[in-house]
Design a protein around this ligand. Structure first.
Ligand code: SF4
Length: 186
């Protein structure tokens, strides 16, 4: 993995995050909060794209302190972020989640983790895809894959539509989506 810095994060989120991560990212910016499973899914992805632990702490602190205050952030949330980077506890270096793991997760009410191709209703999914810039023709192909429960293929078609380039290997991992996208954009 390369490195991305905090100042570029909004721009790369727009250009290169898969829908699952874009959704979490936008919800965090909007609500200044994410529940635990969402923090894990997005946090480990961000680690995978090369955000270092200090930038990561700054990123979550900026949002969470607007909601819960700085003190509570440092007390209750900062530990977990350092923990994800192997800086606390057993010092395990946690790996970002694969598509398969995310697709099999079970988000409840108020949760924003999971795979939108699987977990969004049709209307929400169409709206989200259109905000991403998927045109109406590609949209129907994507929705066809969703109806067949081929969620990763739906994500692959989205990738291809947004990058105007083939993704022959298919999407298996959000961090693969990201690195394939960055490669094409550079
Ligand atoms: Fe994310 Fe994978 Fe779902 Fe795409 S298929 S939105 S990368 S979990």
């Amino acid at each position: 993995y390369g490195e991305i810095s905090l100042k570029d994060i909004d721009q790369v989120a727009k250009s290169s995050f898969p829908l699952c991560m874009r959704h979490l990212f936008e919800k965090l910016r909007e609500d200044h909060h994410l529940k635990h499973a969402g923090r894990m899914q997005l946090g480990l992805f961000l680690k995978g794209v090369g955000l270092n632990v200090d930038d990561s702490l700054a990123f979550w602190r900026e949002e969470f302190s607007k909601k819960v205050g700085l003190e509570k952030f440092e007390k209750e949330y900062a530990y977990n972020i350092r923990h994800n980077y192997g800086k606390e506890g057993k010092k395990t270096d946690y790996t970002p989640y694969s598509c398969q793991k995310i697709i099999l997760s079970t988000p409840g009410v108020g949760d924003h983790h999971g795979c939108p191709y699987r977990h969004f209703g049709e209307e929400n999914l169409r709206a989200a895809l259109s905000r991403m810039g998927v045109n109406s023709r590609a949209m129907e192909d994507v929705m066809g894959k969703v109806r067949n429960r081929d969620y990763q293929l739906a994500c692959t078609l989205t990738f291809e539509a947004l990058h105007a380039a083939p993704c022959d290997a298919g999407i298996n991992h959000p961090n693969q989506y990201f690195s394939d996208s960055q490669r094409l954009l550079k």
